[in-house]
Design a protein around this ligand. Structure first.
Ligand SMILES: [Zn+2]
Length: 424
């Protein structure tokens, strides 16, 4: 790829090309019928019969768009539109169609159906690309029924083994291996195929674009994450007879650390995040001074230097509070996801094409995990964000504007064409 936008000599037909926003919207609404909830959301857990129905509908649409389909051993579906030179690695887009139990119509589904809309648009215009195009449906991105999350893309890039993923079980003891067989999506084993470039369109799932009144988010990187379990050991005692200065209140020490977590992130604006989202207080009784507290810490930052600084800061804070309170505080890291920068040339293609199309845009980071974050480990990759109403996602009321979804899809079309090249 040597141009980010179309060179002047590139086909004027291709440059004038726009996706059909109404058709994209209709496909989103049609897919949302499968597992649709009374509150207007979607409950379509990975590898259930509803997931099968969604996959079948995608497959039907992809075949109608002239694609050949391939399913791999973890159930990822790759719909391929031939290029002029099929020896070239495909330019790929995609996302996931599994949802949270109280999920929405757009998370993941948008990225998959935006890919279908790109193919339909090229078919209507009779445009052939030099490299083949592919739309991927990644298995179990949400991690709601089976852990680990981002399972299909994780296996694809070798973040963990196929065997590890196939062995994962849901609460009923059904394995991924059995669930894939039950729905007929246990495909062929084999090495992952090379990817020339990967673009993923996704709703932002946060409030930044909406707050800044921007339509396109040019995603620079996905935040790295460090998750910890922290335990504070004090001494439970009667809330009445025990004077304030003689207490070993574990919750008081824990609250100081909650403030520290927030301070550590606030000192690293604008992209660092620090969250205490879960806390267990023992014995959790109104007239007992808390004897022990266990809580989670979730730290995120766009690069390892910053994330490492946050790691050092939270460990120092634990030591400081332990010293000052005389309580025992333990901190253990339980998860580490490295920060993942996206590929500068592809990020630039998103930015340049958004500008060329006249859409307002801003640089942003992805605070959440996405399939693109894994794919970026093995191929050039970038993401295109569009706003969602009030930044709300993983919720049945998740909503997005048709015009914004259309805009993101137009940027996707342009970026994919620029990477794949237009056949003469
Ligand atoms: Zn998603």
């Amino acid at each position: 790829m040597d141009t980010n936008t179309f060179a002047p000599e590139a086909s004027q037909d291709a440059k004038a090309l726009r996706v059909n926003g109404a058709r994209l919207w209709q496909s989103l609404m049609d897919l949302a019928q499968i597992g649709g909830t009374a509150k207007g959301g979607v409950c379509r857990l990975a590898l259930t019969d509803l997931d099968r129905q969604g996959r079948d509908l995608f497959s039907q649409w992809a075949r109608e768009a002239g694609c050949t389909l391939r399913v791999d051993a973890i159930g990822n579906i790759f719909a391929r539109r031939a290029g002029e030179d099929d020896s070239l690695p495909p330019v790929m887009t995609g996302s996931h169609i599994d949802t949270q139990p109280t999920g929405g119509k757009f998370d993941g589904n948008y990225g998959v159906l935006a890919g279908i809309e790109v193919l339909r648009t090229l078919n209507d215009a009779g445009i052939r690309t030099r490299a083949p195009l592919e739309v991927a449906v990644w298995t179990n991105e949400e991690g709601s029924r089976f852990v680990p999350v981002m399972m299909g893309s994780g296996v694809f890039v070798g973040a963990f083994t196929l065997e590890h993923a196939l062995k994962a079980e849901d609460h009923e003891g059904t394995s991924v291996r059995d669930a894939l067989r039950q729905i007929g999506y246990a495909g062929e084993a084999g090495a992952a195929h090379p990817v020339g470039a990967y673009f993923e369109a996704h709703i932002e799932q946060g409030p930044v674009l909406e707050n800044n009144r921007k339509v396109i988010g040019v995603v620079q990187a996905a935040l790295g994450q460090r998750w910890y379990d922290v335990t504070v050991q004090g001494m439970e005692a009667h809330a009445g007879p025990t004077p304030m200065e003689l207490r070993k209140d574990a919750l008081l020490a824990a609250s100081e650390l909650v403030r520290e977590v927030n301070r550590i992130a606030l000192e690293r604006k604008p992209h660092a995040r620090g969250t205490v989202g879960s806390m267990e207080v023992f014995p959790n009784s109104r007239n007992v001074i808390p004897g022990s507290v266990k809580f989670s810490v979730d730290l995120r930052a766009p690069d390892d230097e910053q994330l490492g600084g946050m790691d050092a800061a939270i460990r120092a804070a634990c030591a400081r509070v332990a010293q000052a309170s005389g309580l025992k505080i333990g901190i253990e890291q339980v998860v580490y996801f490295p920060p993942q920068p996206f590929t500068p040339a592809l990020v630039e293609a998103v930015r340049a094409n958004a500008a060329d199309l006249g859409y307002s845009a801003m640089d942003c980071v992805s605070g959440a995990g996405h399939d693109a974050v894994y794919v970026a480990r093995v191929a050039p990759a970038a993401m295109i964000f569009v706003p969602c109403a009030d930044g709300i996602s993983h919720n049945e009321i998740e909503d997005a504007e048709p015009g914004h979804l259309e805009a993101g899809c137009n940027v996707l079309l342009r970026a994919m064409l620029a990477s794949a090249g237009v056949a003469a």
